[in-house]
Design a protein around this ligand. Structure first.
Ligand SMILES: Nc1ncnc2c1ncn2[C@@H]1O[C@H](COP(=O)(O)OP(=O)(O)O)[C@@H](O)[C@H]1O
Ligand SMILES: [Mg+2]
Length: 446
């Protein structure tokens, strides 16, 4: 279409230009004729024929004799409906007679005189045919290049799509380590492949996390179960008194209880990490949660010779799951009581019951400058060395110093998971001496 436009614009312009020039000549001659009649017209034609340029003229008398002009005879052509006629004529040039194309209009004057005014269009014809052949070549080249380029691109693209298909079916068959090929061109296909690869990385990381959890569970639950089973077996092998049987059963029950606790903790962590509770969250007063938990642990703390102080702040609200938040605070209190006893003074559980001298576990609810809610539990025990603070948040991690205290190493993992679920985080700091664990939660806006 573009080429057609170009053609009509250039060739059409040439035609218009010739026609306008002839028309101007006709107008000029008509003026001469009106002024001086046939003699002046013939005179003018003779004059103009002397230096004709591209102009063609002819005046013929009623007898058919040429009176003036640079054409030998009337052209052998009939005018078209618009009055123009196209014909060829012989022109005497430097090297003999040439056949040339012309375009002219003819008029019959009064008394059957004949006037022809026209123009040589040979040059125009040549230009026209040059334009035409240039355009034809342009079309041929465009089509050819388009076809070759299209073929090349589609083959290239298809090859890449093929490669992507092959890798994805490999991945679907279970090889999660495969990645989609990246051509390095940075185009849309590459971007797509990159995104899919990033997605696969994420999936692989999640799968590895899952595998690790399953391994942990298998490892950490299998040995207590094995222990439990072999104890029962040993008890059955020997003759024992009813009292001994009873004792064995009681130990079994308490071990089953601790297994159940571990199971529950794992389930809770998994649930918190899956984020499925987000829909069931409601507005919770952290002070109430902390106060309830502190009340529950107060007697336990006292029994261990520790004093619990609680400071809460009214009017704070968080959006969350009350059950999980309570469990998190309970875990922190449990840790503070279990691991947070000062060791230096050689105090033993239950020895000190006079509150004033007892080491303190300080539980507090507050807010920081940015309006976040801070729930912290600080003890005066040995604390956790700085380099271990990240590690203890992992599942089943217990420090060497805690080997003799009961526990599964899941407490802090749950606290961290709960904090994450609520859009917050957990931080472990030095309490000089002791450990201060803070749960930072976003508060309910406005
Ligand atoms: N308040 C604390 N003071 C000192 N060490 C602590 C304290 N809380 C936790 N820890 C250390 O972090 C480890 C992980 O804690 P946690 O995940 O609650 O497991 P658990 O209490 O079952 O041992 C504990 O085994 C203990 O070594
Ligand atoms: Mg614990």
């Amino acid at each position: 279409m573009l080429l057609a436009y170009v053609y009509w614009n250039t060739a059409g312009f040439l035609v218009r230009q010739t026609d306008e020039a002839v028309q101007a000549e006709i107008t000029g001659l008509a003026e001469q004729y009106a002024q001086g009649g046939l003699p002046l017209l013939v005179h003018t034609v003779i004059q103009r024929s002397r230096d004709p340029g591209q102009g063609l003229y002819l005046v013929v008398d009623p007898a058919g004799q040429a009176l003036a002009g640079n054409l030998d005879a009337k052209p052998n052509a009939t005018p078209g409906p618009d009055g123009w006629m196209d014909f060829v004529y012989n022109r005497k040039g430097i090297d003999g007679i040439e056949v040339k194309a012309a375009r002219a209009r003819a008029f019959v004057l009064p008394e059957h005189f004949y006037l022809l005014v026209g123009r040589d269009v040979q040059e125009r014809r040549i230009i026209e045919s040059l334009i035409t052949s240039a355009l034809v070549w342009a079309i041929v080249l465009t089509v050819a290049l388009g076809l070759v380029g299209g073929l090349f691109m589609s083959r290239n693209m298809l090859a890449r799509v093929d490669a992507i298909n092959r890798s994805s079916s490999g991945i679907m068959k279970g090889d999660l380590s495969q990645r989609l090929p990246i051509a390095g061109t940075g185009d849309e296909l590459d971007q797509l492949a990159r995104n899919v690869n990033a997605m696969l990385d994420q999936i692989e990381a999640l799968m590895n996390g899952m595998r690790q959890v399953t391994d942990n569970v298998a490892h950490d639950l299998r040995s207590p179960l094995n222990r439990l089973r072999s104890r029962l077996e040993v008890t059955l092998l020997k003759d024992a008194s009813p009292a001994e049987y009873r004792q064995a059963l009681e130990r079994t029950i308490s071990e089953a209880d601790s297994l159940l606790t571990t199971f529950n903790a794992l389930l809770m962590i998994a649930r918190a990490e899956a984020g499925s509770q987000r829909e069931s969250m409601c507005t919770v007063d952290p002070s109430a949660v902390v106060a309830d938990a502190a009340e529950l642990y107060e007697p336990v703390a006292e029994e261990s010779g520790l004093r619990l102080t609680v400071s809460t702040k009214e009017g704070l609200l968080v959006r969350g799951n009350r059950e999980l938040l309570s469990q998190a605070v309970a875990n922190l209190l449990d840790n503070a009581i279990k691991h947070g006893k000062p060791q230096s003074d050689g105090m033993k559980a239950g020895e000190t019951t006079d509150g004033a001298a007892a080491p303190v576990i300080a539980v507090s609810v507050g807010s920081d400058a940015e309006g976040r809610v801070l729930i912290s539990v600080a003890d005066q025990g040995a604390g956790i060395p700085e380099q271990e603070r990240g590690r203890v948040l992992e599942r089943f991690v217990r420090l060497e110093t805690s080997r003799n205290t009961p526990g599964s190493g899941l407490g802090l993992s749950l606290v961290a998971a709960v904090a994450r679920l609520h859009g917050g985080r957990i931080s472990l700091d030095d309490n000089h001496p002791g450990l201060k664990v803070t749960i930072v939660l976003p508060s309910v806006a406005g």
